[in-house]
Structure formats: C-alpha cells, structure tokens
Design a protein. Structure first.
Length: 362
C-alpha cells in the first residue's frame, strides 16, 4: 500500500482506507495501483468475503482525480500524449471496470465529498454493491466545470438514471446531498455520521453478510433522509421536461422560457460551463445509454485523450485551481460557435482497436 491507501482484513471484511486528507483523497496513480492490487489479491482470497472502501477523514470520501497533476502533465505534453496521463487514465478506468465486475460484496462509504473519480470507485458493481451516504455527503460529477466530461464510467451510470437526472447532473455538474443521491439511484442507504463508529463495530463483529448488517442499522434512520423530500424529487418534473430536448441549446432555451426559480438557477449554472464540453457530454450520455460498461470506458478513454489534445481542460483547471480566478475563457465561448464536427472529434478513434489501452476489458 502507499502512504495514502491502507488495507486490512478483519473478520472476513477487506477494508481499504483512503488517507490523503490534504488533497481530499484525490486519486494519484499510486493510489489507483494500490486499490487495484488489493482488490485483485482479495478477489480469490476465501478469507475475504466482502470489501469496504472508506476515508480516514470526515471531510471527503474522494474528491476525484488529482487535477493539479492533470494540469502539470497536460502542459508538459501539449499534444495530449503525456505518458503519465496515459497511465493514469488507463489504469483508473481499468480499476472502475474491476470494481463494476467485482465478485464479492463491495461497500462504499460515501461520507463527505464524493466527486469525479470518487464516484468511479463508488458506483461500480451491480448486485454486489452497497453505497452508503451520510448527512455530510456532497456528491457531484462536476467535470464540465473544468472543461472535461463525466468520465470514470459516467457514460454508463449517469445515462441509466431515471427522469433525465443523469443528463441534468452531467451537464450542470451540480452538487447533491444524501436524499438526492438516494432519489436518483446513486446511493442505497443512509447512515448518520454519528453512527459510523457503530457501523464499523457491527461490521467488524460480523463475518457472514456484511450488507445485511448495514441495512439493519440504516433502517433505523430512514426518516432522516427521505428521497421523496429531496431537491431532485421536487424538481423531477422540471428536469425531465427540459433535459429531454435533443441539444444543449434547446435545453437552455427551454429553461430560459420557464419562470420557475429552479429552472432559472439551472440556466445560470449552465451559462458558466464550457459550451463545447456540455455538448460533448450530452452526446457521450446518449451513446453510453446503448453501451455496456466496458465499451463506455473505452469510449471515455478515447475522449479523455482528445480532451488533452485541446486546451479546454487545462483552461478550466487553471481558472478553478491554479489561478483561482473562476473566470475560464472557454473555446468556443458560445454554444452557437460549437459545430457538430467539434463534438464528434472527441469520439474519433485515437488507436486502432487492437492497440486500444482498454482493449482487454470484457
């Protein structure tokens, strides 16, 4: 393990603890490799019957990838072909795929900030997963805010949310809480942060069905995070109506004609995002809805290479993290300047099929 990922096995539970608090557990390449190595080791280990991924700090589960690293590596290779970036995204997406198909119960404790790459290591899996949120959960796929797109499998899990919620979250990058996550289908259980120590103790004493233990505890607190009372639930009709339109321009035009305060706030948010990357994201989610997880990740791997060939993501990170002026100069500056060719360029193959970095994913 690295200094930022600890692993231990207790009573049949493999525990992976992210411990990089000064960076909100942003994923480095070493952290991706440590997580992958542990999951591969435990996959065939009969002493490990379930896996729990958690944070050592209350502030964040995982805030995503290390965008300062993206910026430095991207600037060092203007053509987009930085070897460090290539390795990071190829290995991160392979980790997302591993988690999605993990054969043992996989429990993600999404306490605090859960964004970008943090969603990638929390949303994977199907019948085997359990995603727990707390009142401190702050969840988002905010990539359009830095000139990128919702990757780490976002093509797959956002495109499958009901009522156009995935389109709304992907195009706006908005942050949601525990009840919203439960309503959208991005979380399964709510446990108050004050009960986490009790949850760990119960899991530690149980060596059979860890998910059942978590569900029994969470059942006591259902009233504290009601999906039907969430912001997304209240806005679901509005979201479904506006985000069903076939283009970003039509979505924003529809929002502009709606005097509802939620619609107006959403329009204001989208006016700050990268016009190009909102259009790319909409196309990505529509393609992803028809693809399996492996093909979604292969598509995203191509898209991220194309992203670093251009300057949009570097400008977004500069404005948000480096200079912190929050005034990115997007290119193009307006939706009217975005052409279909600019969008489809992100999906054009970079490598022949036999040489794709994720060609082995099944």
């Amino acid at each position: 393990m690295t200094d930022f990922v600890q692993s231990t096995v207790q009573h049949g539970l493999g525990i992976l603890t992210l411990d990089r608090p000064q960076a909100l557990n942003s994923l480095s390449l070493d952290m991706v490799r440590s997580l992958t190595r542990a999951l591969l080791d435990w996959r065939g280990d009969t002493n490990v019957r379930a896996v729990l991924v958690r944070s050592a700090s209350a502030k964040a589960f995982c805030a995503g990838g290390d965008i300062r690293f993206f910026y430095d590596a991207g600037r060092s290779a203007p053509s987009g072909g930085s070897a460090l970036l290539e390795d990071f995204f190829s290995e991160e997406y392979a980790l997302n795929h591993l988690i999605h198909h993990y054969p043992k119960p996989y429990i993600a404790l999404m306490d605090g900030v859960v964004m970008g790459g943090g969603m990638g290591i929390a949303q994977g899996g199907s019948d085997t997963r359990l995603r727990i949120v707390t009142e401190r959960t702050r969840m988002a796929m905010p990539e359009v805010n830095i000139g990128l797109f919702p990757d780490v499998g976002g093509s797959f899990f956002l495109s499958r949310l009901p009522d156009r919620l995935g389109t709304y979250l992907g195009l706006t990058g908005e942050v949601i809480g525990a009840a919203d996550a439960l309503h959208a289908g991005l979380a399964d259980l709510f446990v108050p942060s004050s009960e986490l120590a009790n949850l760990f103790a119960l899991l530690d004493r149980n060596d059979t069905d860890h998910r059942t233990v978590a569900r029994r505890l969470a059942a006591q607190f259902e009233a504290q995070a009601q999906p039907r009372d969430s912001m997304l639930a209240r806005a679901s009709t509005c979201i479904a109506r506006h985000f069903a339109h076939p283009s970003v321009a039509q979505i924003m035009d529809s929002l502009a004609r709606d005097r509802d305060p939620f619609a107006q706030r959403t329009l204001t948010v989208m006016q700050k995002r990268s016009p190009l990357m909102m259009c790319v994201t909409l196309e990505q989610l529509r393609r992803g809805a028809k693809l399996g997880i492996a093909d979604c990740l292969r598509m995203e791997r191509t898209m991220v290479r194309r992203s670093f060939e251009g300057g949009e993501v570097l400008e977004g990170v500069r404005a948000l993290v480096i200079d912190k002026d929050n005034a990115p100069i997007w290119s193009p500056r307006t939706l009217e300047e975005v052409t279909p060719g600019m969008v489809t360029h992100f999906f054009r193959p970079v490598w022949p099929a036999w040489a794709h970095p994720l060609r082995s994913l099944a």
